[in-house]
Ligand binder design. Structure first.
Ligand SMILES: *Cc1c(COP(=O)(O)O)cnc(C)c1O
Length: 406
């Protein structure tokens, strides 16, 4: 992996912040930066083949349709899904999870149990709460232990209550914990439950194979994996998708519409893609996947692991009483922390003054913040293009913040 070659593909990494500091972008868990080839694919789609998809007889429409379906087939291959019919384009992870909650939720009955965890992003909590309000399902929550791993004993006990559905994030966007998804999905299946995986972080930090994980649904966003914003996907097993009612109604998703004889649905995956899709984004995903595959997904993972270990060590050296949230043995490349007695927001603002982009706050995980008795953390999250030199700049800035605010 040639880091100079990789960085050269991201013009934004040469930006200067506040007119003097080179940008050190450590907010990758919120959104990653985008390589030229993705933006060029967007430009190419707008300049040479913009036409609405699936309906047109004319040449441009056929080109646009082919480009979008090429995106679908790239996604299918990328996550190891057996068929394109099982890959539904959505606006992102949030819409994908809402789709499952709204549509699969129609197959649940009042009193049915849904199990989630304490480390879920709000987008894997609130759709289930909305379903509870609408259909009277129950929600139970697997707690998080002090090191940021899930309490598997409680998980086992909750499975004895025969939940209908379990929904868990592959990687915590706050603690970095990599959850044992394959094992958890197998346990859920033994208990007769359907298993949903939030892959928003997982898909950006290692190879994903939905068949190997044996999850029933897998949701992710392109913008966290070097792709365009506004698009993501839901993988779902065909036999489940077939049983589920449409999520939204409109164009593209129908077989035939009639006032008198009833309306029928299109085949999968179009049944779940009402309205004109983000066909430009779908075409550009091909290049995001291409970037990851040509860089090497395993090589990126190893590089990020090195950055994580290096940054963790250097932080503890620089500020021995720094509090790091999330110390699981299997951890992805992000660090949530607090300097004792210093508000996360103040740390973030001062770091920004020095050109370091981190995220502060609750990271859309308020129940998890409550679990740790805090309002928020500072989070530094790494991607393939980050370097040890950038970590050094981050640590120097952190030392300055520490001496200014304490
Ligand atoms: C970012 C994120 C989401 C939400 O993704 P959107 O792209 O905002 O829809 C959900 N879950 C996790 C774990 C995330 O990190």
């Amino acid at each position: 992996m040639d880091i100079h070659d990789i960085r050269a593909q991201f013009p934004i990494l040469s930006e200067t912040i506040h007119g003097k500091h080179p940008l050190v972008y450590l907010d990758n868990a919120a959104t990653s930066q985008t390589p030229k080839r993705v933006v060029e694919a967007i430009e190419h789609a707008y300049f040479t083949q913009k036409a609405n998809v699936h309906r047109g007889v004319h040449c441009l429409s056929q080109k646009a349709t082919a480009a979008m379906e090429k995106g679908r087939s790239a996604v299918r291959e990328f996550i190891g899904a057996p068929s394109e019919a099982e890959v539904i384009f959505t606006r992102g992870t949030t819409e994908a999870l809402n789709l499952v909650a709204a549509s699969y939720g129609e197959l649940l009955s009042p009193g049915d149990l849904v199990v989630i965890t304490q480390m879920e992003h709000h987008s894997n909590i609130v759709p289930w709460q909305l379903l509870r309000d609408r259909r009277g399902i129950r929600i139970k929550v697997v707690p998080v232990l002090d090191d940021g791993t899930l309490d598997m004993d409680v998980y086992r006990r909750l499975l004895e209550e025969s939940p209908r559905l379990v929904s868990v994030t592959q990687i915590s966007n706050v603690l970095g914990t990599v959850n044992p998804i394959r094992e958890m999905a197998a346990m859920a299946h033994d208990a007769g439950a359907v298993f949903v995986c939030d892959g928003a972080q997982g898909v950006a930090h290692g190879p994903v194979d939905v068949l190997d994980l044996d999850v029933d649904f897998y949701a992710f966003s392109a913008h966290k994996m070097y792709g365009p914003t506004g698009i993501g996907a839901l993988y779902g097993k065909r036999e489940l998708l077939e049983k589920m009612p449409p999520y939204q109604g409109g164009g593209e998703m129908i077989g035939h519409v009639s006032f008198d004889h009833g309306t029928t649905w299109a085949d999968l995956p179009y049944k779940f893609e009402a309205g004109t899709p983000d066909f430009v984004g779908a075409a550009a995903i091909v290049e995001a996947i291409g970037f990851m595959q040509s860089t090497g997904i395993e090589a990126m993972k190893a590089h990020e692991e090195d950055l994580l270990n290096y940054a963790t060590e250097r932080m503890k050296e620089a500020i021995p009483d720094i509090h790091i949230y999330g110390t699981a043995p299997h951890k992805a490349s992000l660090i949530s922390f607090l300097i004792p007695g210093v508000h996360h927001y103040d740390t973030g603002v001062l770091l920004d003054q020095l050109g370091i982009a981190v995220r502060t706050g609750h990271h859309c995980t308020q129940p998890l913040m409550e679990r740790f008795g805090i309002e928020g953390t500072v989070r530094a999250s790494f991607a393939a293009y980050n370097t040890r030199r950038e970590i050094d700049a981050f640590i120097s800035a952190l030392i300055r913040v520490n001496s200014m605010l304490r």
